[in-house]
Design a protein around this ligand. Structure first.
Ligand code: SAH
Length: 345
């Protein structure tokens, strides 16, 4: 459910216009789970709407909960039977982040990524993207596990910038004061590196956080890991990020998976530092080091000690870096893992 669909329902059903506000309030602030729960509406109207219009464009298919209760993962069945996944995380007390999908599957075929093995099945509509946030808001409300959901990251299945129109529409909706009412700085979009939408983000969404999945700073090796690098090589990405920083004065986040003996060596660190210094001003570049969640692929994860060494090496050379906390390992927190397994059952 989103603002456009509510307007459509009001029109189609001949409901008085002032009811729109009551409906939005109940769905987005009070987290009603169906039209039946909107008690400000008359009973017969409520029942009629409830039968015709589900609030979510998918059904919960399976829910997984990590043993420490810091991560929840949901598989959602879309109206055409396809399945996507979305994750809710509690990285620190009082903070709740959801990781949402932008496509069913993904066309990019990065060798380390489970979603990549599925290929692209289809793009998600804007409503299917924002409904994932609505789903977790309802979940949080029902379980009374938190006051509110703080952050949304587009780091689930899919490449947001190969579904740019719907992703941009979904960002507008998440920031819409009548519905989701989230602050731009609480939203983050992560891309494997498609240049044109990076320029568009700087103009249209300067306050939304931007992350680039870099993973290695060598064109030849990056093309092996991430074939999209052939179309948009490192130099083009550095230009786009420099433009982004110039226009927005915001930090950019560089995602870097430490793959044992592939991306975690001293030479890799040196190359990374050299490359990041071509993005100006470099103090607005922040590296998130990711410990790899091993999948069916042949890539291996780095040890914690070695990750700390890599982080310190970057910092000694003037690059700010953090090691991303890894949540939900016991429920296969990594991108696309569960849907892929589901298909193998
Ligand atoms: N296509 C977008 C967003 C989806 S992936 C992108 O590439 O940024 C979100 C992040 O998870 C990316 O940085 C991706 O490289 C990373 N990722 C994928 N598989 C992973 C795994 N098995 N372990 C850790 N990170 C993974």
């Amino acid at each position: 459910m989103d603002s456009k669909q509510i307007e459509q329902i009001i029109e189609d059903e001949g409901i008085e216009k002032y009811r729109a506000e009551q409906i939005r309030q109940a769905i987005f602030q009070e987290h009603a789970s169906s039209f039946n729960g909107i008690t400000t509406l008359k009973k017969d109207l409520r029942e009629r709407l409830s039968e015709k219009y589900p609030l979510l464009s998918f059904e919960l298919y399976r829910l997984f909960e990590s043993s420490d209760k810091t991560t929840f993962k949901a598989l959602l069945k879309l109206s055409d039977g396809k399945i996507i996944e979305t994750v809710l995380m509690n990285p620190k007390p009082g903070h709740w982040t959801t990781c949402i999908s932008s496509q069913v599957g993904c066309a990019l075929a990065c060798t380390f990524c489970a979603t990549g093995t599925m290929g692209l099945l289809r793009n998600l509509r804007s409503e299917e993207i924002t409904d994932q946030v609505l789903f977790w808001r309802q979940f949080i409300g029902e379980r009374k596990i938190a006051e509110r959901l703080n952050n949304v990251v587009y780091m689930g299945m899919g490449e947001p910038f190969q579904n740019t129109k719907n992703v941009f529409d979904s960002l507008d909706e998440l920031m819409n004061p009548d519905t989701f009412h989230m602050g731009a700085r609480h939203l983050s979009v992560s891309t494997a590196g498609i240049v044109k939408p990076i320029y568009q983000m700087a103009d249209r969404f300067p306050q939304v956080n931007l992350a680039l999945s870099l993973h290695i700073a060598d064109d030849e090796k990056r093309t092996e890991l991430m074939p999209i690098n052939k179309a948009w090589p490192l130099a083009k990405l550095a230009e786009a990020l420099t433009d982004y920083i110039e226009k927005t004065h915001r930090k950019v986040f560089i995602e870097y998976i430490l793959l044992r003996d592939e991306t975690d060596k001293r030479d890799n660190a040196k190359q990374l530092i050299k490359y990041l210094k071509t993005i100006k001003p470099t103090h607005l570049v922040h590296v998130n080091l990711i410990v790899y969640n091993e999948t069916e692929s042949s890539h291996k994860q780095t040890s914690k000690d070695h990750a700390r060494w890599f982080k310190n090496y970057l910092e000694e050379n003037g690059i700010s870096a953090t090691i991303r906390k890894n949540l939900g390992r016991d429920i296969d927190g990594a991108c696309g893992q569960l849907v892929v397994q589901q298909e193998n059952i």
